[in-house]
Design a protein around this ligand. Structure first.
Ligand code: ZN
Length: 132
């Protein structure tokens, strides 16, 4: 397993790129709106992993709720797995609380499933299986 990306909630990606791209020097290689999750996403590779900037596209986006409660910051950590269905079965068997019991399509067309923070020491964990 490896960390696929670290998701960071922002109220505006353009403004956030002023730090992550212009000041720090990362490259924004992919931008996308994920309608399903009501977020705009920018992906910036960083070594073996990536920074995922997240901006809400509507007031009822999960990112809007996060920003209201806590302001910007680390929203989730995403772990790449080879077989997301097997990972979900394993976590369920171990008693973990899953937000997505059935994996769904996320940014870049990969399969994703979120594990509830209550099962991961307060960290929202995203499982990612890359597109075959
Ligand atoms: Zn993510």
């Amino acid at each position: 397993m490896k960390i696929d990306h670290i998701g960071i909630a922002t109220s505006g990606i353009e403004q956030a790129l002023g730090f992550w791209k212009d000041a720090l020097g990362l490259e924004n290689v992919h931008s996308e709106t994920v309608e399903d999750q009501k977020v705009k996403v920018a992906m910036l590779p960083l070594g073996e992993t990536r920074i995922e900037l997240l901006e809400p596209t509507s007031g009822d986006s999960p990112i809007s709720k996060f920003l209201e409660k806590r302001g910007g910051g680390i929203h989730h950590i995403a772990v790449e797995v080879d077989d997301i269905h097997a990972a979900v079965v394993r976590l369920k068997a171990a008693g973990a609380r899953l937000i997505d019991e059935v994996p769904r399509t996320g940014a870049g067309g990969c399969l994703i499933a979120f594990v509830h923070p209550s099962s991961a020491n307060g960290v929202l964990l995203e499982l990612v299986q890359q597109k075959a």
